[in-house]
Ligand binder design. Sequence first.
Ligand code: SF4
Ligand code: SF4
Length: 371
Amino acid sequence: MHTTDALREADRLMTICNACRYCEGLCAVFPAMEMRRTFAAGDLNYLANLCHQCGACYPDCQYAPPHQFDVNIPATLARLRNESYAAYAWPRALSGLFERNGLAIALAAAASVAAFVVAFVAIHDPSVLFSPHAGDFYRLMPHEAMASLFVAVSLYVIAAFAFSLSAFWRDVSAPDGQGSGVRAGIAAFAQALRDACELRYLHGGGGGCATDTGQPSPNRRIYHHLTFYGFFFCFAATCVGTVYHYGFGWKAPYPIVSLPVVLGIIGGIGLLIGPAGLFVLSQKRDPKVTDAPRRGMDVAFIAMLFLTSLTGLLLMILRGTGAMGILLSIHLGVVLALFLTMPYGKFVHGLYRFLALAKYASERRSGTFVD
Ligand code: SF4
Ligand code: SF4
């Protein structure tokens, strides 16, 4: 009845796990699975996005290879999860980007935007490009032009997310998706927010993620926190800067000891250490518990976050020098490329996982057993 190999394999494994139930204390996937007896595509996509890829259920499994049952939950759910990103992407024509070399596409987009900004400035007044302007970014590109560019890109990204997430939500809540009738209320979303903010299910049942040494480790969770909160602080810095500009008429550049700059520095440091740590851990990870052919998607995302932070911090340090023009062009290119590729890369995992957590919280609250 399923249309893809990943769905068929996930169905087979969930049926075995549902009889075994040894791993039910490890994460939310197994209790959610136990609420079902059969698994429609919507159920499997929901369970795949509920999985945090800690890997703990692989070494724990008595039916893992070389057993003939060949049970590999982390790799199977990772593959299904990645396929679900492409299946729900909007517009569908761009869903193939999930399959391709995301890093090359993102870097090409960043270079194109940076080259456009440099050319734009050079045509109008090349001297502006290499002159120190006491950190005044708007000497290169007027504030209105910069803001319009980001507003246009942001509106597109918001629309792409809205269509993709509503398709996912419809699918996992459809009658044949057997999440039937469960509506996530405010309390369920609040619970999902708490679970997401503390990465409650990325601890492998207590010890942390499975590692190549055989010993569980909390490091992946720590680096993920640094990345998530680093991104959040950088976003907060941008929001505060916008309020300063439009609300109070306080124009950038802001002093080092000001709220937007302090938030940006804290976030930038988190976004340097977190993605670097995640990259190192991903290189050491046992490929058996990952969707190895699509690892490039993970690398592309953490590389773009790292570059966003690196170029942003360099810009802040050197903003009073003649390097500001080129650095600002590169930083704008990297940030815009990150934004544009967000709906077609690893960034989406956080949004789908949040909705899956909300559905799980809702099911738990309603005590739903789905037959
Ligand atoms: S992963 Fe293995 S041990 Fe865990 S519930 Fe499934 S079959 Fe049982
Ligand atoms: S990999 Fe971790 S989060 Fe995913 S199903 Fe296994 S134990 Fe749960």
